[in-house]
Ligand binder design. Structure first.
Ligand SMILES: NC(=O)c1ccc[n+]([C@@H]2O[C@H](COP(=O)([O-])OP(=O)(O)OC[C@H]3O[C@@H](n4cnc5c(N)ncnc54)[C@H](O)[C@@H]3O)[C@@H](O)[C@H]2O)c1
Length: 396
């Protein structure tokens, strides 16, 4: 039984389907019951798509929980790498799914990090024109970001290189189950990488929807609780995840498909990401002078992207150097990189940024952070601000 006392439930309300995000400890042991109520097991299939790098205990807990609730469980594993997040892997899972005679109305359950959630979500969206997906994120990054909001997709390998998330659809999950206990087995590097998305949320917490500011104190709270967060103190983790999910839920609720003509824009969640997507696909780019630390984790690239965005914002006259200093000090405390090694010349990287999906009429668009946890979307007339951003993070 899930005890409601220690579980936070956050509602995501969007035209594409409203759902709840459950956040708490040991949810994987008992979430099958919630799904059974929702999907009408016994007698239903559940298809588990799990991360091949996960410790067995999480896969066993999730499969057992589904089976005990009466689901007929089948599964497929995925390698949690950007080069495996492809149409080829999606096609393999689709064939597996079809072989189980999985029907409409039966859930695909994603168990793993952002790579697994993106892939499983995409498969669920296109199989029989759409079956429900339930996300069980097991990395911090997937809990606070990838599992909420309905963006699914795969990378495209083109002659120019790997183009991130170039193929995908919006497909909102039926439910999200964030078991914070799973974060205890995450490697130090992957845990810290997820904190970059939390800092990003903190940097836009002063933005507002019709109800008021999103969470203007989030960045202060992360700064004040950095040590407890790094120690992975369970109650602190639960609060961290719940606050970040609540913030993302409000942004997505205001602009589900990143096309709202006015008001709070989902584009803000792209803060740092135009830089991040360009540098994380450079195989030699490393967060340290050691080439063996390459490639960058997505979250590490986001941390660097946040700093580059601060520097670009300064170059545009929209932010003071004090903002970059504050963000840099926090990223350092959280053990995230503030410089990237092995980067090609900035002009070449700025050119790579142009393959980003957010480019409009060939012009780069970046999210420029400002003081007071505010930000705005800026279409760049030329590459100078982007180059200033890249120069700020490139190790000499
Ligand atoms: N859809 C979205 O809105 C969205 C948002 C942000 C990021 N993303 C995507 O998410 C991906 C990055 O996700 P990620 O950082 O979670 O990386 P990931 O999925 O590659 O997982 C990172 C590593 O953690 C391991 N792991 C996962 N859970 C674990 C656990 N509990 N214990 C031990 N090891 C565990 C995995 O095996 C893997 O080695 C990128 O592809 C990015 O594009 C999507």
């Amino acid at each position: 039984m899930l005890s409601n006392a220690s579980i936070a439930s956050i509602a995501v309300t969007v035209p594409g389907g409203s759902y709840e995000v459950l956040v708490g400890p040991r949810l994987l042991d008992a979430f099958g019951e919630r799904l059974a109520e929702r999907f009408g097991a016994p007698g239903k299939r559940a298809f588990l798509v799990y991360d091949a790098g996960l410790p067995d205990e999480h896969v066993v807990a999730a499969s057992r929980s589904l089976a005990h609730a009466g689901f007929m469980v089948s599964s497929a594993s995925v390698q949690p790498t950007e080069t495996a997040k492809t149409l080829g892997t999606a096609a393999r899972i689709l064939v597996d799914l079809a072989e189980t005679r999985h029907e409409r109305g039966e859930p695909v359950v994603a168990l793993g990090g952002g790579v697994t959630c993106d892939l499983a979500g995409y498969v669920a969206a296109v199989y029989r024109r759409g079956v429900p997906v339930v996300h069980c994120p097991t990395t911090l990054l997937a809990m606070v970001d990838a599992s909420v909001g309905g963006k699914t997709g795969v990378n495209l390998l083109t002659p120019a290189g790997l183009e991130k998330n170039m193929v995908g659809v919006f497909w909102q999950p039926a439910m999200v189950v964030a078991d914070v206990q799973a974060l205890l087995t995450l490697s130090e590097r992957d845990f810290r990488a997820g904190l970059a998305e939390c800092v990003k949320h903190g940097m836009i917490g002063g933005e507002a929807d019709a109800e008021g500011p999103l969470d203007p104190g989030l960045l202060d709270w992360i700064e004040a609780n950095a040590e407890r967060i790094l120690e992975r103190e369970p109650a602190t983790l639960a609060e961290l995840v719940a606050r970040n999910v609540a913030l993302k839920a409000r942004v997505v609720g205001a602009d589900e498909r990143e096309d709202a003509p006015a008001g709070l824009s989902r584009m803000l969640l792209n803060l740092g990401h135009t830089f991040a997507h360009a540098i994380e696909t450079i195989p030699a780019a490393s967060p340290s002078p050691k080439p063996e630390d390459a490639p960058l984790r997505h979250g590490e690239a986001v941390a660097l992207g946040l700093l580059a965005a601060c520097a670009a914002s300064e170059a545009l006259g929209l932010a003071q150097p004090s903002l970059r200093q504050r963000v840099e000090a926090l990223l350092r405390r959280l053990g995230l990189p503030t410089q990237v090694y092995g980067l090609p010349a900035p002009a070449g990287v700025a050119d790579r940024m142009r393959s980003d999906k957010k480019v409009s009429a060939g012009r780069l668009r970046i999210v420029a952070p400002r003081e007071g946890s505010r930000a705005g979307v800026v279409a760049l007339g030329d590459d100078r601000a982007a180059i200033a951003g890249l120069e700020a993070i490139g190790a000499p």
